[in-house]
Design a protein around this ligand. Structure first.
Ligand code: TYD
Ligand code: MG
Length: 467
């Protein structure tokens, strides 16, 4: 039998290379390729004599569908992100930067489930028992029946969780510390992580226990990232947030049993994560009706509307090349809006520095924010505050036209709920709520919007002159 060849595997994306290279062709990352021995792991290739296959019964697409049995944690934001609770027998991956609060979230979930009488096992491979206990005390979870183990060996973990009554939930914190005797690579490599995760998934499928796997997002490729196992698990959630801010977002990126694009919002406090049922309040910041350059964007996160304040500062530059700095939004999208303002609206920004910030450390990814951004920019340039009770949304195209976006009614409902009585939105928006006409100002193009803001300036000036 030929000796198994070693492979070179990118620790970031899992691409297999024939020889070592400084840069991975798959993901473009540097220094992430590590030599691994594929023996025993997945992808170890055809092994010994192939076993004779057994035919399975083929079936049709129609037929009985069983609702996936779920165990809700009672933590509303977590259940929302998972689509109504953890599905029995499924594997969920929770990824995130180190220190973002994954262990905290899962300890709270474990405690909540344990209080409901579920059998929960927490396997910590990173922290010693004493450290986990300390966190549990801080989170007021120490009095629950969560079972704890500090272990990293896959075979030992499997033996432990197979013993006694079947657990309802097993938490493995983290997959990067798992190592198996059957894989020969070093712990933390793609082969080890995949082997460990595969073994855990098999346990979940066989026993019906829910397996929650924690994975650290890694930048330098020293250890394998959670990406390399995303395809194997049933659901992938990412826990995100800015270290400088308290809020955290649990974002669903894959879910075989529910919707993706959902988010759960939490706030990190000294007693653990607090659920934020109304995220808009968090991102609106302290609103000052008199300051120019602030506009409120009525956005959507999955099925949930979120109001966020965007702030712009436009000031004459002292440098040869004006500065453009963006926090919380795409900088190329800003360049596009600036170009459209110059080309179609006669707004000259070539001699101005432009700074843009999204309040609360939030990140906007929707193109619907274009109109709010443009309004904030024009407002700052004109030195004129926008009405404090108005929200903005709409996508701007390169021609200067404003395009309608989805979920108009939901955005407006959220705005009304939070005390905003008017909105600037694209003309021809469908699903406009009836009976509220007049409060919604429809604009067809970006020049329309600029004229509206500049018009209010003239009005303000004439009022000043009249005083
Ligand atoms: P942790 O859950 O250990 O992060 P991860 O598992 O993702 O690496 O959380 C780490 C941070 O959270 C740490 O910096 C301390 C902070 N923290 C609080 O602010 N309040 C708390 O109640 C707890 C338990 C942690
Ligand atoms: Mg942790």
């Amino acid at each position: 039998m030929a000796k198994a060849k070693t492979q070179f595997i990118c620790q970031n994306c899992g691409t297999v290379h024939n020889r070592w290279a400084g840069k991975c062709d798959g993901c473009g990352e540097w220094n992430t390729i590590v030599e691994e021995d594929p023996m025993g792991g997945i992808g170890s290739g055809p092994g010994k004599t192939p076993k004779k296959g057994r035919p399975v019964t083929l079936t049709s697409l129609s037929g009985e569908i069983e609702e996936a049995p779920r165990i809700p944690t009672g933590m509303g934001e977590l259940d929302r992100a998972t689509g109504g609770g953890f599905v029995r027998g499924s594997a969920v991956l929770i990824g995130g930067d180190p220190g973002i609060g994954k262990s905290t979230l899962l300890m709270q979930a474990a405690a909540a489930l344990s209080r409901k009488g579920h059998r929960v096992i927490y396997v910590s491979g990173e922290e010693a028992v004493a450290q986990v206990r300390l966190r549990a005390q801080r989170l007021h979870a120490a009095d629950t029946d969560v079972l704890l183990a500090a272990e990293t060996n896959v075979e030992d973990i499997l033996a432990t969780i197979s013993e006694g009554k079947r657990p309802d939930l097993v938490i493995i914190d983290s997959i990067q510390t798992l190592w198996s005797d059957t894989a020969e690579s070093a712990p933390g490599t793609v082969t080890q992580v995949r082997t460990g995760v595969q073994a855990m998934i098999r346990f979940a499928k066989q026993t019906g226990a829910t397996m929650v796997l924690v994975g650290h997002v890694t930048k330098d490729g020293q250890i394998a990232g959670p990406r390399v196992v995303e395809h194997m698990v049933d659901a992938v959630l990412y826990f995100e947030g800015d270290r400088g801010h308290h809020y955290r977002i649990l974002r669903t990126v894959k879910n075989r049993f529910g919707p993706t694009d959902e988010i759960g919002v939490f706030e990190m406090s000294d007693k653990g994560l607090r659920e934020v049922a109304n995220p808009s309040e968090l991102f609106l910041g302290e609103r000052n009706a008199k300051s120019p350059g602030a506009a409120v964007f009525a956005g959507m996160e999955g099925t949930r509307p979120v109001l966020v304040e965007v702030q712009a500062l436009v000031a004459p530059t002292t440098l040869g090349t004006p500065r453009r700095a963006v926090v919380g939004w795409d900088s190329s999208r800003l360049a596009m809006i600036l170009a459209v303002l110059e080309a179609h609206c006669g707004v000259r920004l070539g001699q101005h520095d432009v700074y843009l910030n999204v309040a609360g450390g939030y990140r906007i990814s929707e193109p619907a924010a274009d109109m709010a951004i443009a309004s904030a920019l024009v407002s700052s340039l004109a030195g004129l505050a926008l009405p404090a009770d108005c929200v903005y949304f709409g996508e701007v195209s390169l021609s200067g036209a404003v395009r309608p976006v989805a979920h108009t009614a939901q955005r407006l409902k959220e705005a009304e709920k939070l005390g905003f009585s008017s909105a600037v939105l694209p003309a021809a928006s469908s699903e406009l709520p009836k009976g509220a006409a007049g409060k919604w100002n429809e604009v067809e193009s970006l020049p329309d919007l600029v004229a509206r803001i500049a018009g209010s300036r003239l009005k303000a000036r004439s009022e000043e002159a009249g005083d």
